[in-house]
Design a protein around this ligand. Structure first.
Ligand SMILES: Cc1cc2nc3c(=O)[nH]c(=O)nc-3n(C[C@H](O)[C@H](O)[C@H](O)COP(=O)(O)O)c2cc1C
Length: 214
């Protein structure tokens, strides 16, 4: 018997609709509303850990640029399915691609796990290979780990494969990140705060000098 409608597709449509309206997998920082004149930065943490030092670095960056940009923290990394090359991917993937596409620039902040890029972050990036959301996208990269140099280099290679635009001054490696935070999980080390402020200022200036393509 012919199916009158495709239940799976309908459920997906409902999910996309509801995600767009109410339960969005992101957090807007600094602004209750996105504004047209401000640059729009999407921040992605490579860590899903509850007391993540990379989440702390992202929160620090958000605080340091408060009011200057629309700063959106993507929180859906853990909900993305494993990359399988599907032409009709889950709504979480569609949403993630849209977040990247809509951003003027993307800040990635990641730890190093077992000498590599965390699998969940790499998985998210893999979902954009065929659709090209990172092509020419300005990206700033902060790697905050114990050492972090291997994940940092590996992610830069991946970003090159994605044709993302990473400026010379758009990368920051923060080793021994745990020692630069207090017991409340906040970044407190002065030199680290200064380095985060510097990379964010440079990134925002670069974004402001971009021709507006939207
Ligand atoms: C499973 C695991 C593996 C790790 N492997 C490395 C590693 O290979 N190199 C490194 O520099 N740090 C490594 N670390 C230390 C983390 O980079 C460090 O704890 C960092 O603060 C974790 O970031 P997060 O708190 O945002 O998850 C590892 C930590 C975990 C939990």
């Amino acid at each position: 018997m012919d199916k009158i409608f495709d239940v799976k597709k309908m459920l997906r449509f409902c999910y996309i609709w509801s995600a767009g309206v109410s339960c969005r997998p992101f957090l807007t920082v600094n602004n209750t509303q996105q504004t047209k004149d401000k640059k729009h930065i999407l921040a992605i943490s490579g860590s899903l850990r509850s007391n993540s030092s990379n989440n702390a670095v992202i929160n620090t960056a958000a605080t340091l640029v408060a009011g200057e940009v629309d700063f959106i923290i993507y929180e859906g990394l853990g909900s993305l399915p494993h990359f399988d090359g599907s032409d009709d991917p889950a709504p979480e993937v569609v949403n993630f691609r849209k977040f990247v596409r809509d951003a003027d620039g993307v800040l990635i902040c990641t730890p190093e796990y077992a000498f590599g890029v965390p699998g969940s972050l790499k998985n998210a990036l893999d979902w954009t290979v065929s659709t090209g959301e990172f092509v020419n996208k300005p990206v700033a990269l902060i790697t905050a780990a114990t050492g972090g140099d291997k994940a940092h280099a590996s992610l830069l290679l991946t970003l090159t494969a994605l044709s993302a635009r990473v400026a010379d001054k758009g990368t920051l490696l923060l080793p021994y990140i745990r020692a630069k935070m207090n017991a409340n999980g906040e970044v407190t080390d002065t030199a680290t705060l200064e380095a985060i402020k510097n990379i964010m200022d440079t990134f925002i200036n670069d974004l402001r000098s971009e021709p507006d393509l939207l």
